[in-house]
Design a protein. Sequence first.
Length: 294
Amino acid sequence: MAKGQELKRRIRSIGKTRQITRTMELVATSKLKRANDRVKAARPYADGLRSVIARLLDPELRERYPLLREPDETKRAAVVLLTSNRGLAGAFNVNLIREARALVERLRADGVEVDFHVVGKKGIGFFRFRGWEMASQRTDISDRPSVEDAAGLIDDLTADFERGRLDAVWVVYAQFRSALSTPPHARRVLPFQTDAEDAGGDRERGGWVANFTLSPSADRILNEVLPLYVRSSMYGALVETAAAEQGARRTAMKNATDNAGDILENLQRRYNRERQAQITQELAEIVGGSAALE
């Protein structure tokens, strides 16, 4: 019955593991709801700021505002990678790291000097083990990021861009489309990018004419809105990554729980067969012994 005892130990062990993964799935589901609410609240604000800036842009303002400058050549760029501090989220961190490596290698292949900033223990551990030089490392941002966290990440990079020390700022984060779809995405935060959809208004003579009156002036509005837009872009990346992490963890833990259930079912079936064979053997021995005595 030694084999049967081993099966019973495995059944108990996997049963405990399934309890843990089930609990983690429920916790991730609870956190995902709050994280999703933060994403929904952040997106309209960032979209509104981008739309306002796009409507106010003109060549003269671009020359006066350092945050609106378009460098003739990108010589130096900053790349900010957002990963999680915890694992057990499937391929979530692996996909982000792969996207960041591809971006950095592509920029370096174009002759761009890259300042690499990494957020999260998983990303830091990966690149530290491989000997990559990192300009900064942050592990103090929780799964409930704040605007202050975003400002701490982006304000120094924004100042460097204004001074001309950086020509571009990229952030690599996880887009939150749904709990099952959290693809990695590399987004250029600076310099500011716009398109016809952002600008809105009526097209006239190849330009966009905004159909509203400005008060105060465009200068004063941009002076306030531009820093807010940059911070909101980083904040949006943080909250989307946090929501994507919970979605990926919930999916991974659900799969683990389901797999544990399948394994338990197979083990229980094997144990029952072993037990039945043992009982059959014992009955045969008893019948054989009884027949021998007769």
